[in-house]
Design a binder for this molecule. Structure first.
Ligand code: NAD
Ligand code: MG
Length: 335
């Protein structure tokens, strides 16, 4: 039954009314990481799911192979009661203006897996449209796999607009239908989900972690150590440590490592991540909150992604990637 975790309301399958999706025409736009997982999990729950894609999309055949009807985006929106937008964030506003808004039924539900476009005002739906979010806290492939195994990835859900009065129930039914109610569906709002998601991926998970690994690798190799050792110590073992933290917090990890490692952890950590690092993180958060990051990212996308492409190419050329691709060849279990 519904409960509270640290002040946040959590719902489980028993609290969700799946019949809120019965008899409704559901359209999922996009069949990528999130799209395939939401669509297939809901279809296996017996719901009426159609996929909307661009004409000529290479995902078209993939969706049909899985037994899902596919239409072009505008057509797929036309008779839908619920439209879940699972196309890349940077394309959503243009697709909304061109294909979704002119075709969206009166009183329809418009849904997202990330609050970006609604929160930053890039999509402003009509007054009659209900708006909710179901954001699984994991990549789509995990959402699909755990569902098939009988569990599910926890989801955040939020309601932004509720002219029909039952949007929360529809959102909870959706979250339950994709498997979230097997582990927990947590209430949030568009602002909090959007800003914390962007901050996490920038400062810690993606930006923070890769830069930390890369800098450690550079320090060792520039000091003359073998690239193989540098790779193992700075990248490969990251997973072993993170798995322990994931399972049991810092305590479990520190219990498993040697006293030497634990001493070094307390001694060196604050010298690497300093008060200046914290200030830099606060500035990153400020740029997210003000919308400067969103505008910068969307402008890059509109210009053909010069920043993204330049950095993607440079990252692929870094020594750690070359060393990694050779070393991983030794690790048969990674294939
Ligand atoms: P993705 O890149 O994996 O898939 C995007 C899909 O959109 C593809 O099937 C593509 O063919 C389709 N597409 C592209 N342009 C289109 C158009 N003009 N019309 C119709 N379809 C089009 O994207 P994703 O990672 O699944 O992200 C989708 C949403 O889910 C985003 O809002 C993202 O922030 C959110 N989200 C993603 C994850 C994740 O782990 N990937 C987790 C939580 C939330
Ligand atoms: Mg994200």
């Amino acid at each position: 039954m519904a409960g509270k975790i640290l002040g946040t309301t959590v719902y489980y399958d028993a609290d969700c009314n799946l019949s809120k999706l019965e008899g409704k025409k559901i359209t999922v736009l996009g069949f990528g990481s999130q799209g395939h997982a939401h669509a297939l999990n809901l279809k296996e729950n017996g719901f009426d799911v159609t996929i909307g894609l661009r004409k000529g999309s290479n995902r078209w055949a993939k969706a049909e192979e899985q037994g899902l009807p596919v239409k072009e985006t505008a057509e797929a929106v036309k008779d839908a009661d619920i439209v879940m937008v699972l196309i890349p964030d940077e394309l959503q506003a243009d697709v909304y203006a061109a294909d979704i808004a002119p075709n969206l039924k009166q009183g329809a539900y418009l849904a997202f897996a990330h609050g970006f476009n609604i929160h930053f005002g890039k999509i402003v739906p009509r007054e009659d449209v209900n708006v909710f979010m179901v954001a699984p806290k994991g990549p789509g492939h995990l959402v699909r796999r755990t569902y098939q195994e009988g569990s599910g990835v926890p989801c955040l859900y939020a309601v932004e607009k509720d002219p029909s009065g039952d949007t929360e129930e529809v959102a909870l039914a959706w979250a339950s239908g994709v498997g979230g109610g097997r582990s927990g569906i947590l209430e949030t709002n568009f602002k909090s989900e959007t800003e914390t998601d962007l901050f996490g991926e920038q400062a810690v998970l993606c930006g923070g972690v890769t830069e930390l690994i890369k800098t450690g690798f550079e320090v060792l190799t520039e000091a003359g150590y073998e690239p193989v050792n540098a790779y193992f110590e700075c990248l490969h073992e990251m997973k072993l440590i993170v798995d322990l933290i994931y399972e049991g917090g810092f305590g479990k990890m520190r219990h498993s490592i040697s006293n030497t490692a634990e001493y070094g952890d307390y001694y060196a950590g604050p010298r690497v991540i300093t008060a200046d690092t914290k200030k830099a993180m606060e500035e990153i958060l400020r740029r997210i909150q003000s919308g400067e990051f969103a505008d910068e990212f969307l402008a890059d996308s509109k210009a053909g992604q010069p920043f993204l492409k330049k950095n993607r190419e440079a990252a692929a050329e870094h020594g750690i990637e070359k060393v990694g691709s050779e070393l991983r060849g030794l690790m048969s279990w990674l294939k």
